[in-house]
Design a binder for this molecule. Structure first.
Ligand SMILES: CC(C)(COP(=O)(O)OP(=O)(O)OC[C@H]1O[C@@H](n2cnc3c(N)ncnc32)[C@H](O)[C@@H]1OP(=O)(O)O)[C@@H](O)C(=O)NCCC(=O)NCCS
Length: 186
């Protein structure tokens, strides 16, 4: 809706109006009873510049959580489905040893109504390709709740292996986590 509004009215909308339009669209989708949107749609990824949608998305997907995720132009992306922001991925660079770095991805999420459409896969592929393209990056790592079957299936399908089980890693929900790793150095 935001981008259609932009097309209709040019760039005359203020940021505030754009934000309201975006939130409305998100709320409409979230209040839909459908688990999955069935119509074919175009998916694309773009940089995260305005972080407001990120906060709304994170809190909607992760039950009210808001972690002030690190946002770097090169390492984070929004996923658009038919021009509406419906998912995101945020990564950050961490030093490991010597000159080697590790691309750690803090989180990935897709709004429930848009899951199982291949959006999570595109977001993860972005992180994998980014890690492979960066000099000195040796591996891509992440933590995932040990009971998060959809996420673990996605990671397994992409070649991640479990490196560690960390007990009570998420104290808020009393959950353990797996630390997963994908070697990306050539
Ligand atoms: C994990 C998540 C990002 C996957 O996004 P998605 O857009 O639904 O994933 P895709 O449609 O690209 O699916 C890719 C693969 O992931 C796996 N997968 C995704 N959802 C699954 C599910 N509900 N059950 C089992 N496997 C699943 C499958 O292997 C799937 O491949 P397939 O469709 O060929 O079977 C999404 O479920 C999500 O946002 N969950 C809530 C937030 C979260 O838990 N994030 C992970 C934090 S570590």
């Amino acid at each position: 809706m935001v981008y259609r509004l932009k097309e209709d009215f040019g760039d005359g909308l203020t940021n505030e109006e754009l934000e309201i339009a975006w939130k409305l669209e998100t709320m409409l989708v979230m209040s839909s009873q459908k688990k999955t949107i069935c119509q074919p749609g175009s998916i694309y990824l773009d940089e995260i510049i305005n972080t407001k949608p990120l906060q709304v998305l994170e809190s909607s997907i992760f039950d009210g959580e808001n972690n002030n995720l690190p946002v770097s132009k090169n390492l984070c992306r929004y996923a658009y489905y038919n021009d509406v922001i419906v998912g995101f991925i945020c990564c950050e660079m961490k030093d490991i040893y010597g000159n080697w770095k590790n691309l750690y991805y803090s989180t990935i999420g897709v709004l429930p109504a848009y899951q199982r459409l291949g959006i999570g896969q595109q977001l993860l592929s972005f992180a994998v390709n980014t890690a492979r393209s960066l000099k000195n990056v040796r591996e891509l790592t992440l933590h995932a709740r040990a009971d998060n079957k959809p996420a673990l299936e996605l990671y397994k399908k992409n070649g991640f292996v479990v490196n560690l089980l960390i007990k009570n890693f998420y104290p808020r929900c009393k959950s353990d986590a797996y630390y997963l790793l994908l070697h990306t150095a050539n």
